[in-house]
Design a protein. Structure first.
Length: 602
């Protein structure tokens, strides 16, 4: 077949054209092999220790890039044709292989018609494998009543046809595979039933389409037939990290100070006895902000491993770094993380409800983000994770597809005391508990953030700000990203959000976001965003709803008010609710009094 040349953006080599993904390009169905097929001399290495500490030892590599038009000698990525089975648009004949025409591979039938990839493929339910449906074998199986000796011993491998018949009804019942050699026909409606492939004796090969068969390797999981373009066929596991000076969270610095105290070993040795309580009190008196219970709890956990810094969550380190920058004021540094921080109380003369909740803002003039693809799953969120590098050389470190992006943004920090007081209200807890239960009942959703009240409220505010910034900043909404820091269960509680743009081109240096983070612009921006979310074109249906979005993981949020591009959202437009932000009939919102105060002129 003819060689296909198609240009991709670097970010698309992670998603949607990443390792293991099935993609349609110029009428062809292709799949991307793992990074062991990459030519390392054409792919540049990216450094980001913070990210590697999260996904494991390895190498981050960026796909080869070029300027101008693609040519034969241009560095490129390899994509495999999948599925291998196609049918002819003109004569409907099925085929796996194509021949050559004057030395060039052709992708057309002998009759001259174009070949179309089959609509269905077989996916392993738990092993994340994928393979072609063996159409010849499947077409000659089925219920015993329809399998004669002529069918059972048919050898007409090149006589399969994809047929459409309106006499059989509608849907899959009207589509089928017909063998002209034995006159056997079988409708596709028999393909998609539960365990239908298993009953036909079709087993999982335990490999990906680009891998060689492994004799003796057996996958114990069953196959299921799914449409080639189904979203569940590819669930990528991405990680991203801001390239910032790693900061240890305050709780870890305090823990180090407690462990370094001369009396701490006595607390550990007494193992919770009366002497330990007394000595813990002495330590607490000498270290600011520490109680005796904190010392005893730390002693009960025992010694932490030496690699504790590696286990720190990425967001904890980022939050600590942002707080350091906010306290430093104007940033005169020249690295890849430049933040001008200022406090609301210092910049604005008149206090308000909003300024009492929003305590500080950071104008992030430069930030570097590194995104990497660790692997993917198929069909089920609990299925096995297939790594991005399936190379058999165990001595070689795995290679992760990655891309580095540069940009700017605005960081918002909210008052911890006020958000803590709000989220313990019974009405607030009851509202948030709806999404917590639905997340726990949905297997794939358990990989999303825990939807505690503060996360839902700040996440919804982030979406409203992104929609408003699309009008004011010069960036499209799809070019903006969010990073939510809203977790009460961490050693250092977080309550903030970071909206930024990161791109591999000039769009990362326009300055449109930074200027909107200035003291005289950020408050009008915030108020405009809240006003946008106060009324939805789908109200009152939207505001009174608690069952919207994928798997009903949104409450009062829809495309008319709070949803943005899914590539901009951490959770794919899920875990949103306007009521927890702006209030509802029986739910006090975190910022519900702000608009009322402004409209009353207070």
């Amino acid at each position: 077949m003819e060689r296909i040349l198609h240009d991709l953006r670097l970010s698309e080599t992670l998603s949607p054209f990443g390792v293991g993904a099935i993609v349609d390009v110029l009428g062809e169905s292709l799949i991307a092999p793992d990074t062991s097929w990459w030519e390392s001399k054409h792919s540049s290495e990216i450094t980001c220790e913070r990210l590697l500490s999260r996904i494991g030892p390895g190498i981050l590599r960026q796909a080869p890039s070029h300027s101008g038009h693609a040519a034969k000698e241009t560095p490129h990525l390899l994509y495999w044709r999948f599925p291998a089975w196609r049918f002819c648009e003109r004569c409907t004949k099925l085929s796996q292989l194509t021949g050559k025409d004057k030395g060039r591979w052709k992708n057309s039938c002998e009759c001259g018609g174009a070949l179309v990839p089959m609509r269905y493929v077989a996916v392993c339910q738990k092993g994340s494998h994928i393979q072609d449906v063996p159409w010849f074998k499947w077409a000659h199986r089925g219920n015993d009543a329809g399998v004669t000796d002529a069918v059972r011993f048919c050898r007409a491998y090149k006589e399969l046809h994809f047929e459409r018949s309106s006499h059989r009804g509608e849907g899959l019942g009207a589509l089928g595979i017909h063998c002209t050699g034995c006159n056997r026909s079988r409708p596709l409606s028999e393909l998609t039933g539960k365990d239908s492939l298993h009953r036909d004796g079709i087993r999982c090969d335990g490999t990906q389409p680009w891998e060689d068969p492994r004799p003796g390797h057996v996958c114990e999981h069953r196959l299921v037939a799914v449409q080639r373009g189904a979203t569940g066929n590819y669930m990528a596991e991405h990680y991203s990290a801001l390239d910032i000076p790693e900061e240890r969270p305050r709780s870890h610095r305090t823990a180090d100070e407690i462990r370094g105290h001369v009396y701490f070993e006595k607390v550990v040795a007494d193992n919770g006895g009366p002497q330990a309580e007394m000595v813990a009190g002495w330590i607490a008196d000498e270290i600011e902000g520490v109680s005796a219970d904190d010392v005893l709890a730390l002693a009960a956990r025992g010694e932490e491993p030496e690699e504790d810094a590696v286990l720190l969550d990425l967001k904890d380190g980022e939050w600590a770094a942002f707080l350091t920058k906010l306290d430093s004021g104007k940033d005169h540094g020249g690295d890849d993380f430049i933040v001008d921080g200022w406090r609301m109380s210092d910049a604005l003369e008149r206090p308000s409800v909003l300024t009492s909740h929003l305590v500080a803002v950071g104008q992030v003039r430069r930030v570097r983000e590194v995104r990497a693809l660790r692997g993917f799953r198929r069909h089920d969120a609990d299925a096995d994770l297939i790594g991005a590098d399936l190379g058999r050389d165990r001595k070689r470190k795995p290679t992760y597809p990655a891309v580095e992006l540069f940009g700017e943004g605005i960081f918002f920090r909210f008052d911890e005391e006020r958000i803590s007081e709000w989220e313990v209200l019974p009405e607030v807890r009851k509202r948030a508990e709806i999404l917590v239960r639905r997340r726990d009942q949905t297997p794939w959703a358990q990989r999303l953030a825990v939807p505690e009240a503060r996360f839902i409220a700040l996440h919804t505010l982030s979406h409203l700000l992104i929609r408003r910034l699309a009008f004011a900043s010069g960036y499209s909404s799809a070019a903006l990203q969010e990073r939510i820091y809203a977790h009460s269960g961490r050693p250092d509680r977080t309550a903030g959000l970071f909206i930024y743009t990161a791109a591999g081109d000039a769009q990362g240096t326009l300055g449109g976001l930074v200027r909107l983070g200035a003291p005289d612009k950020v408050l009008p921006l915030m108020l405009a965003a809240l006003s946008d979310g106060d009324i939805c074109s789908n109200d009152p249906v939207c505001i009174e709803s608690d069952r919207q979005g994928s798997s009903q993981l949104n409450l009062s949020a829809c495309h008319g008010c709070a949803l943005v591009s899914e590539t901009s959202c951490e959770t794919g437009n899920r875990l949103l609710d306007r009521q927890l932000l702006l209030g509802g009939r029986n739910v006090p919102g975190f910022l519900e009094h702000v608009l009322g105060q402004v409209r009353s002129g207070a």
